[in-house]
Write a protein that binds this ligand. Structure first.
Ligand SMILES: [Zn+2]
Length: 351
């Protein structure tokens, strides 16, 4: 028997374009940006073990709709359209909600950042990424819901959809806290981590500006956390670490559940082993698993105008740039700054 251990993943891709169109979301909020295609479907195949699809999604700037479009056009959509058939020649309209894709790209980025923050024991990174994973607005799909979101998903009678759809994030947090206080203790017997998440969200809401999470602005929230981290109490840091570990495990294991080994039998009796992977989102979670299982980690290029991630060994502290191009660019920039400083110094000296 031969086992296909290359983790070759095949997705379906079309030519996509951005379009403004009113789309009804499940929480009834209108979404104006959609990615639309009516073109014919092609197959795109890539090897998960080289991590390129993952590195490229980490490097997507989610405030740039065109960057999201480029990713989808290259690798195919993160999720397969349920109405889609396997008939590759069929020409039917496909509409993808860009906000849905954005939330899920952000979730994957936060998940990888959270793992690297935990590896480095970086409290600021952990706060930022746990906060985004717990509180970023995503369509209610049980598979991506972490902690609270999963719990609310099971409690639809509490009208969570309406509350989150209509209110601001801090109102939503207040609402969650009152709701959870009124719940009988027996809920927590099965789900002890909610108790911890509740306290953590409370601390985060008191110390930092959650409006940046509402706007999905990771960089500004990061700066806000750096400026206010001294206000974050010690007991909150202990909860942070346990929630961090729980979140990584639940998010990844919930996705890995959808990957199964398969067997193919040829007419000559030969057996081949393969893996069934339901969609690209799940494939990327497998990619995260494969990277960290083989002791690799990801780092963002320190050129401030570059968003590119690259793969490194965790112990490697030398590699700071994604490419020689970025290293040269930054060296030139530093050189110009030194020359400018020297010219100003000379000017002062002559006066
Ligand atoms: Zn770079």
């Amino acid at each position: 028997m031969v086992i296909n251990d290359g983790f070759i993943f095949t997705n379906q891709v079309r030519e996509y374009c951005l379009e403004n169109k009113e789309l009804k979301n499940r929480d009834n909020s209108p979404s104006l940006n959609v990615i639309k295609s009516t073109g014919s479907i092609k197959k795109v195949t890539y090897n998960l073990s080289d991590h390129i699809a993952l590195i490229d999604i980490l490097s997507v700037n989610i405030t740039d709709d065109r960057a999201i479009l480029n990713y989808i056009s290259k690798y195919g959509p993160l999720f397969l359209d349920k109405n889609r058939t396997d008939n590759l020649n069929e020409v039917s309209e496909e509409v993808i909600d860009i906000n849905h894709i954005k939330s899920n790209i952000l979730l994957l980025q936060c998940l990888v950042n959270l793992i690297t923050s935990l590896q480095k024991q970086d409290d600021i990174g952990m706060v930022v990424n746990v906060a985004f994973l717990l509180l970023t607005k995503t369509p209610l799909d049980e598979r991506y819901a972490v902690c609270f979101r999963r719990w609310f998903h099971d409690q639809r009678k509490d009208n969570y959809l309406y509350i989150y759809g209509e209110s601001k994030l801090n109102q939503y947090i207040d609402y969650m806290i009152t709701l959870l206080k009124n719940k009988s203790q027996k809920f927590w017997l099965y789900l002890p981590e909610y108790d911890q998440c509740l306290s953590l969200i409370n601390y985060i809401n008191n110390c930092f500006d959650v409006n940046f999470i509402e706007q999905q602005n990771l960089d500004s929230f990061h700066t806000n956390v750096i400026n206010n981290i001294t206000r974050f109490p010690h007991e909150a840091l202990d909860i942070l670490k346990s929630v961090c570990i729980y979140t990584i495990e639940t998010e990844l294991n919930n996705s890995l559940y959808y990957i199964n080994p398969r067997i193919k039998v040829m007419s000559n009796g030969k057996l081949t082993g393969d893996w069934y992977i339901s969609d690209l989102y799940i494939a990327l979670c497998l990619d995260i698993y494969l990277s960290f299982a083989s002791d690799k980690t990801f780092r963002k290029c320190i050129n401030p105008t570059c968003n590119q991630y690259f793969e490194v060994d965790p112990g490697d502290t030398r590699k700071k740039y994604c490419s020689p191009r970025c290293a040269q660019l930054m060296a030139k920039r530093k050189q110009r700054e030194r020359e400018k400083a020297k010219r100003e110094q000379d000017k002062c000296d002559t006066i």
